[in-house]
Ligand binder design. Sequence first.
Ligand code: GRF
Length: 221
Amino acid sequence: MHEPSLQQIPRLVVLISGSGSNLQVLINAIADGTIAATIELVISNKQEAMGLARANRAGIATQVINHLDYGSREAFDRELMHAIDDKQPDLIVLAGFMRIFTPELTHRYEGRMLNIHPSLLPLFKGTNTHERALEAEVEQHGASVHFVSSELDGGPIVIQALVPVLNMDSPSILASRVLVQEHIIYPIAIKWFCEGRLKLHNNTVLMDGHSLPTQGMPFQC
Ligand code: GRF
C-alpha cells in the first residue's frame, strides 16, 4: 500500500460532482497552512459542477470525465483510475462525488480513499439522507467520514459529527446544519491522514496506532 511518508508533502486528488463546498474548505485549509498537502487534480463527472470553478480560482488542475461518455461502469472507472494514477496521489478525497464504484476501483484505493456522507452511518446509506432521517424521527442526525470500501457508504468510519434534529426541521434546513459540520470534520480527517496519524489496517481504522471505535471518533460542536 502506498502511504505518505513525513518526508514528502501528501498529494491529493479530489473527486466532485456538484457545488464543491467541501472541496473549498479543503482548499482553504491547505492555503492557510492547516493541512500540509497539495491538490494535484480535481476530477468531476459533470461539466457544470460549481466545484470546478472553485478549483480553477485556486489554480488547481481540473478534468471532466463524464460517465455518460462510457458504455459501462467498468469503462468509466478505468478512465477514472487512469486519471487518478497519473497524479500518484497519497489520498483520494471524495467530496460529493455521486457515482457508485466498481469493486476493482475500491480495492485499488483501499486505505487511501476517504468519503464524507451526510448521515450517522451505518444509518441512511445512499441518497436523500435528510428526508429519511426526518421520516424516521431520529433525534440525532449528522455526518460521517469513512474509508471507502466496496460496500456503498459502508467502509470503516473515521469521525462522526452529531447534529440534533429540531422540531421545525425541513430536509433542506437540516441539510444546511449538517453541511456546516461536514466542513469541520472532513478537514480534520484529511489532516490526520496527511500527518500519517490515520491509517486503515486489516479493515480497522487506526489513529496514532490505536484502533478507533466502530462509529469512529465522535465530534460534537
Ligand atoms: C455533501 O452533503 C456530502 O456529504 C454529500 O454531497 C454533498 C456535497 O456537497 N456526499 P459539496 O459539493 O461539497 O458542497
